[in-house]
Design a protein around this ligand. Sequence first.
Ligand code: AP5
Ligand code: MG
Length: 212
Amino acid sequence: MKIILLGAPGAGKGTQAEILAKRYNIPAISTGAMIRAEIRDGSELGLKTEKYIKEGQLVPDSVIMDIVKERILKDDCKNGFILDGIPRTIPQAQQLDDMGIGEYTALNISVEDSEIIRRLSGRRVCCNCGATYHIESNPPAQSGVCDKCGEALSARSDDSKETIQRRLIVYHEQTEPLIEFYKNAGKFIEVKGDDSLEATTMAVLRAIEVSK
Ligand code: AP5
Ligand code: MG
């Protein structure tokens, strides 16, 4: 099973990707998460990409595709994978097709911009294990503390008001055209992601089962 999760920043791609990964026993691959780990480690790749993330701009296609190619060749991807936030431009989508990844479904989680801003402003992530929460819709048992590992939660550095606005503009200009791209390829399905987390998961699972 290969699923490409599309959607605006904060649409719930990461949240749903983790749920799908457990259910189907395949890895969830997030270039955003991989790059944030490189930045934390202070690696060469982290230094090269940090400014794009901070400014809410996309990392250059060539850098992203090198990361993706290496990752999906790993052994744990042989039964499939979920791509969370990849591709984000038409050239990335074309390169993914050129790599011959086989049959896949592109699933778009659609959410209004006003709800996106509410979600990203209230998102908290664990600095240790990366678990994601929301102060209202998905709060941890103890405020500011990760349920999974007990470490501190904080806002993501690109979840400031200004950077959220920039990311939304970039999304509408560069990533939203992928909806037409995958519709034209006959690989597109969509769910409304404005509902509760649980209702969205049910809709995502139904859409995947129907598309099989
Ligand atoms: P990335 O990390 O992928 O960020 P993003 O696309 O901006 O998406 P987010 O992770 O912010 O949101 P999400 O959709 O995963 O939502 P989440 O599940 O967390 O990328 C970061 C940066 O890396 C990019 O800006 C770019 O610079 C670079 N990059 C990465 N990939 C790239 C690529 N392919 N090409 C170029 N550059 C790339 O949910 C959000 C919040 O809402 C959480 O608090 C969650 O608890 C809550 N929530 C989720 N679902 C619901 C629900 N149904 N109801 C209520 N609350 C909900
Ligand atoms: Mg995410």
